[in-house]
Design a protein around this ligand. Structure first.
Ligand code: OFO
Length: 163
């Protein structure tokens, strides 16, 4: 059985993951408008992945006898200067999510909630991957300037993302 504190914190994390999904979908829509179809696909997949993260927590709450309480999802930023801004915001957002996951782990340890602690391990690892991936893209974009034919090359590469 989940404690009320843990239940509330996990519900807040569902909301953060859903917001992540919303933010990345807003980025996908913007990129699609800019005819950067590869990057648009990349962020559509990222958005679906985030929704999947929210659903993992949703299932954990249900399995543990917790109550899922959905809150409103904040409006995300909808226009962006360029790819550098998009990936800078993405990396910053992922760093924020990492902190939030680590806080949840600390809470699970404090409450001796071993099941939640083990459940959250997957998220700890996932965040390492998410940050590394976004850092990598941001470095490539900064290095190349992401203009002209390099931009089209990067867009093609981004569009190869399958999951
Ligand atoms: Fe859910 O990992 Fe990104 O936000």
């Amino acid at each position: 059985m989940l404690s009320k504190t843990m239940e509330k914190a996990l519900n807040e994390q569902i909301n953060k993951e859903m917001y992540s999904s919303y933010l990345y979908l807003a980025m996908a829509a913007h990129l699609s408008e800019q005819h950067l179809d590869g990057f648009a696909k990349f962020f559509e997949i990222q958005s679906q992945e985030e929704w999947g993260h929210a659903m993992r927590i949703y299932k954990h709450l249900n399995e543990r006898g917790g109550r899922v309480v959905l809150d409103k999802i904040d409006k995300p930023q909808t226009t962006f200067k360029d790819l550098e801004e998009i990936f800078t915001l993405t990396l910053e957002h992922e760093q924020f999510i990492t902190k939030s996951i680590h806080t949840l782990v600390d809470l699970a340890v404090k409450e001796k909630d071993h099941a939640s602690q083990i459940f959250l391990d997957w998220f700890v690892n996932e965040q390492v991957e998410e940050e590394a991936n976004m850092e990598n893209w941001l470095a490539k974009i900064k290095m190349s300037g992401a203009k002209g034919h390099v931009l089209f090359m990067l867009d093609g590469h981004a569009g190869e993302r399958k999951k």
